[in-house]
Design a protein around this ligand. Structure first.
Ligand code: GUN
Length: 292
């Protein structure tokens, strides 16, 4: 069994990005600038956004954080998005999800200029991605594909089972992995809460991708010998032995499943850091696109 080390891989990618940025700077060119909108005080969201801002620093990017209280109105948020769309100094921006229930997430996503939508959530980017056209691909799916690319895993003709059909991970990943291109060409089964015989379906998979948000859901009896297992889950679970009182848990029961795998991504240190690295890649791309 070999670990798919997302932490190490993301550091390699961010070093490549920071080298590119340093070269740009020495030529007197603009450096990328990412803005992030964070609404409310959810601990998980604060951590994710802080990780993204820290990554900006590591890559030599400029970054700006805009924080709003939970009670912020939809109108204020939409106005901020319009301002960021027009602001020439900002190359790309993200609105950290989830948003409070009184704010319509779809409206918010639709308000983002697709050329600055480095999260790849806008229908324009999702549609282009589905048609295999150049687009911003959301960070988690593209981070997973990048991890597969860096480990040179064979995907062509492989059976891939994805558990979870979210707009952010499962749905786009099912499209990307089935496309006729390098690190695609899988036979993909997208499974979800209504899927029958999930265990039997998973047992046929050469590649299992767990993205349902249920800690330890994938057990040893769901994975065939030699499979590649990619764990997208990242849930805080109570752990009194930790100073914080919690630890991060993936969707895969790692201790049970790992001995059966050819490759497996751990949590933490697997897909999470790759997601951040992908956001940095998208931000660099956003700046290049703007120059055209
Ligand atoms: N919430 C969970 N994942 C993400 C992400 O990739 N981007 C944003 N903006 N919010 C998220």
């Amino acid at each position: 069994m070999e670990l798919l080390n997302g932490k190490e891989t993301s550091q390699i990618i961010m070093k490549e990005i920071s080298d590119a940025v340093r070269n740009r700077k020495s030529e007197g060119k603009k450096i990328p600038h990412l803005a992030a909108i964070l609404v409310g005080g959810d601990g998980g969201s604060i951590t994710y956004v802080n990780n993204k801002l820290r990554a900006c620093e590591a890559c030599g990017f400029e970054s700006t954080l805009m924080r709003y209280d939970d009670s912020v109105s939809e109108e204020v948020l939409l106005n901020k998005i319009h301002t960021l769309n027009e602001d020439k100094s900002i190359d790309g921006f993200i609105v950290q999800l989830p948003l409070p229930p009184h704010i319509d997430e779809t409206k918010v996503i639709l308000a983002i200029d697709p050329m600055k939508d480095v999260d790849g959530f806008h229908p324009m980017n999702l549609g282009k991605m589905a048609l295999n056209m150049p687009a911003f691909i959301s960070a988690t799916p593209s981070g997973i594909i990048e991890l597969i690319r860096r480990y040179e895993l064979d995907t062509a003709g492989k059976r891939c089972v994805i558990i979870g059909r979210s707009n952010i991970v499962g749905m786009p990943l099912s499209i990307l992995l089935s496309q006729n291109k390098e690190f695609g060409n899988c036979t993909v089964t997208l499974t979800h809460s209504q899927t029958k015989n999930l265990k039997e379906i998973c047992l046929q998979a050469d590649i299992v991708i767990a993205a349902l948000g249920q800690p330890g859901f994938v057990k040893e009896d769901m994975v065939k010998e030699g499979a590649v297992v990619i764990d997208v889950g990242i849930t805080r679970v109570k752990d009194e032995s930790k100073k914080t009182g919690w630890r991060l848990s993936g969707d895969v029961d790692f201790d049970q499943v790992a001995p059966k795998c050819s490759y497996i991504s751990p949590v933490p240190g697997g897909v999470g850091p790759m997601t951040v690295a992908s956001l940095m890649m998208n931000t660099l791309k956003a700046m290049d696109l703007k120059g055209k």
